[in-house]
Design a protein around this ligand. Structure first.
Ligand SMILES: [Zn+2]
Length: 288
């Protein structure tokens, strides 16, 4: 039996995803099984503590972030850091499979860090591997069809994340990116700066990044800035609160680039690391 060689196939990444999912017997599964993809591709897999056991010569290849996953082409080996959560481990393995299968990525060794595997990386190869991993994780077009048959709500994010065994954040992002309806996801992060020197300082959560559906971008804006008002934050960021247990408010938001502020429906929820807001037009039918 020959070894899979993607360079023999002149396929677009999307077609390559479908091909691999089908050949590895994953096309009918709800959640893709990374172990079966690795078996199909004849890649070995190990998990170990990168902080303690990553060889120094490999660590040197990472510039600023925390190394989280690697693929060694010569050894046919994928490894991930054992401190990663289950959804992050799954995503990291799929990301390394992306490096393995994408035709121009075939180097000897990739060591990928948390920054490269984040949604806001500017490194082209990391963006491509992330996009490929998301296509595998969400079964290509299948998730897109589902995204459009569900309401744009925290409850839908939770249901789809459980079905595809993906993180809430990756699922929320995909739900918005693949939506035909106008909607936006705003991800807030906690500012640590002031509280380091002033334990009495109020918590402040500001916009980390935004993702908008194509029609939201067209009709409204693609980026907002600012922070969550403290009273609202106190209602959303409650320890033990379920991700689907959200707070719905009408809020006034303006584009990060300025211009007219718009009133929108905002559903706030949190996963203990980030606060999220799903924005939808206040009255979709009234706005042409
Ligand atoms: Zn990478």
């Amino acid at each position: 039996m020959t070894t899979f060689q993607s360079s023999y196939l002149e396929l677009e990444p999307r077609e390559l995803v479908r091909f691999v999912l089908r050949e590895a017997g994953q096309i009918d599964n709800d959640a893709v099984n990374p172990a079966e993809l690795l078996d199909y591709l004849k890649l070995a897999y190990i998990s170990f503590d990168f902080a303690r056991e990553l060889p120094p010569e490999i660590r040197q290849r990472v510039s600023s972030g925390q190394p989280r996953a690697l693929i060694s082409f010569g050894d046919r080996l994928v490894a991930t850091d054992s401190s990663l959560s289950e959804p992050k481990s799954r995503f990291s393995v799929l990301h390394e499979i992306g490096h393995y299968l994408l035709p121009h990525h075939q180097h000897t060794l990739y060591v990928c860090d948390d920054l490269g595997m984040s949604a806001w990386t500017r490194l082209a190869f990391e963006q491509e591997a992330n996009a490929f991993a998301a296509e595998l994780l969400f079964q290509g077009e299948r998730f897109s069809l589902e995204a459009n048959s569900h309401p744009v709500t925290a409850a839908a994010v939770k249901q789809l994340a459980e079905k595809y065994k993906a993180s809430f954040e990756a699922t929320a992002r995909r739900l918005v990116e693949k939506n035909f309806r106008p909607c936006m996801l705003v991800v807030f992060k906690q500012d640590s700066g002031r509280q380091v020197v002033d334990p009495n300082a109020a918590q402040s959560w500001t916009v980390k990044y935004c993702v908008s559906s194509p029609s939201f971008k067209l009709r409204f804006f693609d980026r907002v800035s600012g922070s969550i008002p403290a009273p609202l934050l106190a209602r959303v960021a409650v320890p033990g609160r379920d991700i689907a247990d959200s707070v719905v408010e009408k809020v006034q938001v303006g584009a990060a680039t300025g211009g007219e502020a718009r009133r929108v429906n905002a559903e706030f929820f949190w996963n203990t690391y980030n606060v999220f807001a799903l924005l939808t037009p206040e009255a979709p039918d009234a706005q042409g």
